[in-house]
Design a binder for this molecule. Structure first.
Ligand code: ATP
Length: 290
């Protein structure tokens, strides 16, 4: 059993908009952090909603912990921690009261672990959470998500309200979480530097479709952004071209194997930021890389 989550051919068309999730297929290996990258409206939250059952899909298969998810029985949710970009706890409660309530909701609520995170994150136990800043709210949501024997952590823009110090601290917690190889994280973020720091695998989604999925190592070692004149494109093996766009009269391309590029071509960049930009703004070649 090597994948904690397997999503296969998920399709969804919203009745109230033209947006579609198209054949979303990916898996999350045990012990890994998967970065889910896409611009606003690409379909990241919809995909997470589909997995959690809050969004009803048209078809597709989702296996968690090696079993098809049974949405009529919520037991599997015990082991799934979820953090969205907003906090869901009643504003008039404090952290002690929230812990008490959650100990009735989650069979495996770990009070000790929870208060350990609360201490680590320097959150006040007796203040009403409604007065928390955005960063404090996110820290609280993350502490909760980590404290019920969680095996799969799903985070949708969960680091976006944090200052650089808090963000680093949380990224360290995430790395620690997957260290024993029995747990995994699916992390959507606009902040590619966070994903670059901790992700093992990357999934890029655009307009409801996965356009590229690969390991971070493969991406940073072998992919590159190059520029050339349109007349030179014939010198490049078309099979390695992932995405392209025209920029200042030149053709800018993302290639999947920089070692196949003739030495006369200049490698412009191979940072995750630049690669993401070209994937999002360029035209992607169908097929081989998703
Ligand atoms: N209930 C709904 N009915 C109709 N369309 C919807 C609904 N929810 C989301 N959409 C549309 O689905 C598309 C994808 O939205 P989604 O929230 O999944 O994207 P996202 O990648 O998470 O974006 P962001 O980064 O801005 O959070 C958007 O165009 C959105 O308008």
């Amino acid at each position: 059993m090597e994948n904690i989550l397997e999503v296969e051919n998920l399709n969804k068309t919203y009745a109230e908009s033209n947006f579609e999730l198209k054949n979303i297929t990916f898996s999350i290996p045990y012990g890994s952090i998967v970065g889910f990258i896409g611009e606003n409206g690409a379909g990241k939250t919809s995909t997470m909603g589909a997995i959690l059952g809050t969004l009803k899909v048209d078809n597709g298969s989702i296996k968690i912990f090696n079993q098809e998810i049974d949405y009529s029985n919520e037991k599997w949710k015990e082991e799934v921690g979820v953090v969205f970009d907003h906090m869901n706890f009643p504003s008039n409660l404090n952290i002690i009261q929230i812990s008490n309530i959650l100990s009735y909701i989650y069979q495996q609520w770990d009070t000790e672990k929870f208060f350990h995170y609360i201490e680590d994150f320097s959150l006040p136990k007796n203040d009403k959470v409604g007065n928390f800043s955005r960063g404090m709210s996110m820290k609280l949501s993350i502490a909760v998500a980590l404290s019920h024997n969680t095996k799969l952590l799903m985070l949708d823009e969960a680091t976006s309200g944090l200052d650089p110090k808090a963000r680093n601290e949380i990224l360290g917690v995430f790395l620690e979480f997957v260290k024993d190889k029995n747990r995994s994280i699916l992390l959507s973020s606009h902040i590619t530097s966070d994903i670059e720091k901790i992700a093992d695998y990357l999934i890029f989604i655009k307009k409801g479709k996965i356009i590229l999925q690969t390991s971070k190592k493969e991406l940073l070692d072998n992919y590159a952004v190059i520029q050339c004149a349109s007349t030179e494109v014939g010198q490049i093996d078309s099979r390695v071209i992932v995405s392209h766009r025209y920029k200042a009269g030149l053709l800018e391309m993302l290639v999947s194997d920089k070692n196949t590029i003739p030495a006369t071509f200049k490698i412009e960049d191979n940072s995750l930021d630049e690669i993401t930009l070209l994937l999002m703004e360029g035209d992607c070649y169908e097929g081989s890389h998703a």
